[in-house]
Ligand binder design. Structure first.
Ligand SMILES: NC(=O)c1ccc[n+]([C@@H]2O[C@H](COP(=O)([O-])OP(=O)(O)OC[C@H]3O[C@@H](n4cnc5c(N)ncnc54)[C@H](O)[C@@H]3O)[C@@H](O)[C@H]2O)c1
Ligand SMILES: O=C(O)C[C@H](O)C(=O)O
Ligand SMILES: [Mg+2]
Length: 568
């Protein structure tokens, strides 16, 4: 392959300090002469592979995952190509270091670990200069993807204030690493509207805005100002919302869905990957999605997204009416089963409220609430999904009750990071004598089946699908990210499930195959966008595969030519 030629305007120290263009010891002898680097580097010219080997050895010298995380964070700010190469070479091992679960630790300790900027920080009291700050950061760039968070509900660890920039940048990295989006065309943003996290507010070293969270009209105006900037300057970009609190998450998605290509990962990405996983599981049990009874434990962003996505897929594939499909779901939140007399039910959950009469005679606690266990006993669900942040919420009694009601209980404890999982997959496997079909949100080691074989635990994390959904929307210049585009991506992912060939194999492809898997998802999404008319391109559906293939970004060094009007 002939290397891409870049016309670069930087020289000397400036070039070495620019992570996008720095090659370190991989600068050739000729480039060193041209760019004033000969005396600035040791004489040996390394290949990218040699650099990668050295960096990996340095990484291994760090024991704790959080120390590896900060090493990689530094590498990213020094040399982007090397950073992505090491991640791609050791994908399975390093994703948990730069993403869930380790990134949660890094975010929680953001103000103490802080070294340098990693994106755009838009702070509420600076809103008058928001446009200027936005343009300063994006000057001369062609931004395709913007990932933003207001940090109210980071993973399962709650309000993290300005530290939420860490989830925006981790999600952007995943887009480039496994989705193939050029990192120089992405932007990570934190919308710092304050924090209600007392320990951050009381921490002298806190680097964010030390103020209670702004809410209501002022909050909406701030968000709107930001969204309008995105629309004005990057009308074809995809705007990805991550880890907003559930009420805002849903409202914002609804508000902008028809105006711009927006995507809420916790609602839509999680919904899509869980749909794929459920499709694979019902493939194993040789039943249909509409044959199942579903309990969703935790009715926040993820719970709502999963429920809606499954419901919509049932309506679309099994010719069941929406009202009938709604009845297949039982949602449980902090105060037990959501039924008519549950106080303060959010509007977005109204489709899934169970009638009180249905529960006559079922044991309640003193507050009139019905527990997960009682719900299972009555409903005999076939699928149990956890997105509650309630570590250990699926007790032995709960899991065994599930197994009593059906031959192959489908159990997805999806809460992240790993320590918040509703049940350790190993335990769910043992308690059901290897019958449970399992998937988790963070990586877990395989469980042992009664016959001694390993049961690989599928990682049902939205990262297995959102990079492909996003890339498909970007490549087809879609005006919106439609529900049908998302379902097309989910179907394609389900078709790649190893369990379709061997029912004892994992329900979803391995994360090591995430780049190939997301490639297929991107093709499916782009095809659908073109077919349904959401796309803003003139090419045909049949060309989608080739278009996606040609635009994939991969970390390689280009060849540099000096040009004072070139890239800087
Ligand atoms: N696997 C994935 O891809 C994925 C994607 C998104 C979210 N998640 C995980 O799911 C969890 C929830 O995320 P979210 O964005 O929906 O957060 P959220 O705060 O919007 O929702 C959590 C919900 O769980 C409820 N809850 C809390 N304790 C409970 C309990 N004891 N019993 C029942 N419900 C309880 C809360 O009231 C809330 O409604 C997090 O751990 C997150 O990391 C996983
Ligand atoms: O970030 C993840 O690992 C998945 C998901 O978006 C979450 O909030 O847990
Ligand atoms: Mg999230």
């Amino acid at each position: 392959m002939t290397p891409t030629v870049f016309r670069v305007a930087l020289r000397g120290e400036e070039l070495l300090n620019n992570p996008r263009f720095n090659k370190g010891t991989a600068f050739t002898v000729a480039e060193r002469k041209t760019f004033g680097l000969t005396g600035r580097l040791p004489s040996k010219v390394n290949t990218l592979e040699e650099q990668c080997e050295r960096a990996y050895l340095q990484l291994q010298a760090r024991d704790a995952p959080i120390r590896k995380n900060s090493f990689l964070q530094s590498l990213k700010s020094q040399n982007i190509v090397l950073y992505y190469t090491i991640l791609r070479t050791h994908l399975r091992e390093l994703i948990p270091i730069i993403y869930t679960p380790t990134e949660a630790e890094a975010i929680a300790d953001y103000s103490h670990l802080f070294r340098r900027s990693e994106g755009l920080y838009l702070t509420f009291p600076h809103q008058d200069s928001m446009e200027e700050d936005f343009l300063e950061q994006t000057k001369g760039k062609n931004i395709d993807l913007i990932v933003c968070s207001d940090s109210e509900a980071i993973l399962g660890i709650g309000d993290q204030g300005v530290g939420g920039i860490g989830i925006s940048s981790a999600k952007s990295v995943i887009y480039s690493l496994i989705g193939g989006i050029d990192p120089s065309q992405t932007l990570s943003v934190v919308l710092d509207v304050g924090t209600d996290n007392e320990s951050l507010l009381n921490d002298e070293l806190y680097v964010g805005w030390p103020h209670k969270r702004v809410r209501g009209e002022e909050y909406d105006k701030f968000i709107d100002k930001f969204v309008q900037l995105v629309r004005k300057f990057f009308p074809h970009s995809l705007l990805h919302f991550e880890d907003f609190g559930v009420t805002n998450a849903n409202r914002i998605l609804k508000r902008y869905k028809d105006a711009h290509a927006v995507f809420n990962d916790d609602i839509q990405g999680t919904g899509a990957v869980t749909l794929s996983c459920a499709m694979a599981a019902v493939g194993v049990t040789k039943t249909k999605l509409s044959d199942q009874r579903y309990i969703v434990y935790g009715a926040g962003s993820a719970g709502l997204g999963i429920t809606r996505q499954l419901r919509d897929a049932i309506v679309a594939t099994d010719s069941v009416s929406e009202a009938e499909a709604n009845k297949l779901f039982y949602l449980i939140d902090k105060h037990g089963l959501i039924k008519t007399n549950t106080p303060n039910i959010r509007d977005d959950l109204l489709d899934f409220v169970r009638p009180d009469e249905e529960w006559a005679g079922v044991k309640e606690n003193g507050a009139g609430e019905i527990s997960l266990l009682e719900t299972i006993k009555k409903v005999k669900p076939t699928i149990l999904i956890g997105c509650s942040t309630h570590a250990g919420g699926f007790t032995e009694e709960v899991v065994k009750a599930m197994a009593e009601g059906c031959e192959r209980p489908i159990i997805f404890p999806l809460s992240n990071p790993s320590k918040l999982v509703e049940v350790e997959p190993k335990n769910a496997n043992d308690w059901t004598k290897g019958k449970a079909l399992l998937a988790t949100g963070s990586p877990f080691p395989p469980a042992k089946m009664p016959n001694g074989k390993d049961y690989v635990i599928a990682e049902c994390n939205n990262a297995l699908i959102y990079p492909g959904l996003g890339f498909g929307a970007i490549i087809s210049k879609s005006r919106n990210m439609t529900d049908t585009m998302i379902i097309a991506g989910a179907r394609r992912l389900a078709s790649l499930s190893p369990a379709l060939k061997d029912p004892d194999d994992a329900l979803l492809p391995d994360f090591a195959d995430a780049p190939e898997v997301n490639f297929e998802v991107a093709v499916a999404v782009a095809e659908q966008a073109v077919e349904e008319g959401s796309a803003g391109v003139s090419w045909k559906k049949e060309e989608a595969r080739e278009k996606v293939r040609r635009h994939l970004w991969r970390p390689t060094y280009g060849e540099y030519v000096y040009d004072k009007n070139g890239m800087a």
